[in-house]
Design a binder for this molecule. Structure first.
Ligand code: HEM
Length: 111
C-alpha cells in the first residue's frame, strides 16, 4: 500500500492506494535478458528473483536447489528422448502462475 503520494514507473499513486506486483514478471525483464520468455538453459548466469530478495530470501533455497537437481537429473536419466505431446499444454486459468493442468509426454518404446 502506498504510504505517500508518489509517481513510479509512469503511474501516480495516492496514499492508501493498493499496489499489486505481478510476480510472474520477475526474471522476465527485457532490459536485463535477451528474449526473457524463451527457455534457455545455456544463458549466462545472472541475478534472479526466484527465491525472493533481501530479508525474506527463501530459507529453503538450498533444499529446493538440491531437490530440483535430483529431479531433473533423474528425469533425464530415466526418460531419455521424452517429447512433449502438445507444445501448448493446458493451463488452469486464474491460478497463481497459471499452473499446468497436465503435461503429456511420449517416451520412446513406451505407450
Ligand atoms: C523451488 C522451490 C521454492 C521456491 C521457488 C521458493 C520461493 C520463495 C520465495 C520467492 C520466497 C520469498 C517470499 C517473500 O519475499 O515474501 C520464499 C520464502 C521462504 N521459503 Fe521458499 N521457495 C522454495 C522452496 C522452499 C522450501 C523447500 C522451503 C523449506 C523447506 C522454503 C521455505 C521458505 C521460507 C521459510 C520462506 C520465508 C523466509 C522469510 O520470510 O524470512 N522454500 N521462498
Amino acid at each position: 500500500m502506498a504510504r505517500e503520494a508518489t509517481d513510479r514507473f509512469g503511474v501516480h499513486l495516492e496514499p492508501g492506494d493498493t499496489v499489486l506486483l505481478a510476480r510472474q514478471a520477475a526474471n522476465r525483464d527485457p532490459a536485463r535478458s535477451v528474449e526473457p520468455d524463451r527457455f534457455d538453459v545455456t544463458r549466462p548466469e545472472q541475478r534472479h528473483y526466484s527465491f525472493g530478495w533481501g530479508a525474506h530470501f527463501c530459507l529453503g533455497n538450498a533444499l529446493a536447489r538440491l531437490d530440483i537437481g535430483v529431479a531433473v537429473s533423474t528425469f533425464l536419466e530415466r526418460c531419455d528422448g521424452a517429447q512433449l505431446v502438445d507444445s501448448h499444454p493446458k493451463r488452469i486459468p486464474f491460478t497463481a502462475d497459471e499452473q499446468l493442468e497436465s503435461l503429456a509426454i511420449t517416451l520412446p518404446g513406451r505407450r
